[in-house]
Design a protein around this ligand. Sequence first.
Ligand code: CUA
Length: 332
Amino acid sequence: MDRRRRLRASVLLVLAVGLVALSGCGPSESLNAVTKQGHKISDLWYISFILTAIVLAIIFGVLIYAMIKFHGSHQPSTRVGNTRLEIIWTVIPAALVTFLFIMSVRTMLAVDETHPDAIVIDVTGNQWWWDYTYPSLGVTTAYELHVPVGKPVQLKVTGGDVIHSYWVPKLGWKMDTIPNKVNTMNLTATRAGTFDGACAEFCGTQHAGMRMRVVAQPPDEFDAWVKQQQQDASALPATSLERNGRATFLSQTCAICHTVNGTSAQGKVGPDLTHIGSRSTIGSGEVLNTPANLEAWIRDPASIKPGVLMPGYDKLSDQQIKALVAYLEGLK
Ligand code: CUA
């Protein structure tokens, strides 16, 4: 290979490495966050990215210039020690790092800032589902977190068994849920929508099946949701099928693990089912909440979510299962 071709190959290699480095930087879900705090984190990310891109461009520019300009010269430079240059290339990086440090601390303080009127929501990661309790509103639900747009919310996240991680990319960041420790996530949703996420800390066989959904709603819709969730299920179910379903639910072991407010079922092992009929999925995002899926789930949950703690109820008669499904789907 002659010198000219070797030089061209070197320049191309340098450019290719630069392009590959840049190609991994497309905007992700987290950089397009839907919370006030997420925006602050993405602002910091963009500032860091632009600064480092400028530094990269300068270094590569000087490198390519030197490769072209001094190509073929075999005379090593004898110049050593240039005080002015050394001061410049010490002061500039130090100033950049200091600037990024200050920006990082400012972002951390802004993200951690708690609002006195925030709605507190206890979030517990369990194998393998998410439990949400709104202590001030008297609401408990699972899988689907509802928040009002524009109002501050404080998630107090913890682990019920092992360590999980609460990660809905659109919120902008994630938080570990650790048993016997409460971490806080302050968030204010900036727009309405439905945003999905998944557990981000390996927690057992169904780690990948431990999904969550955040529903950000205009305040009036959120208030209506709260009102509906606050109602208990004490009123008699409408149809005789549903009444039979309730009798089956309360006479089987369902009631030992699950709560249905307004009945004697007050178990805390599995998700609260007081309003299961109003949720979009079952099994923490595993399948859509339809009567057919719910029936399959009751018969053999492990066929849908292998490893799940709930046992199958295939021993029940078809009539009992139909009644159970009608009862649970009626719990809106
Ligand atoms: Cu919970 Cu991974």
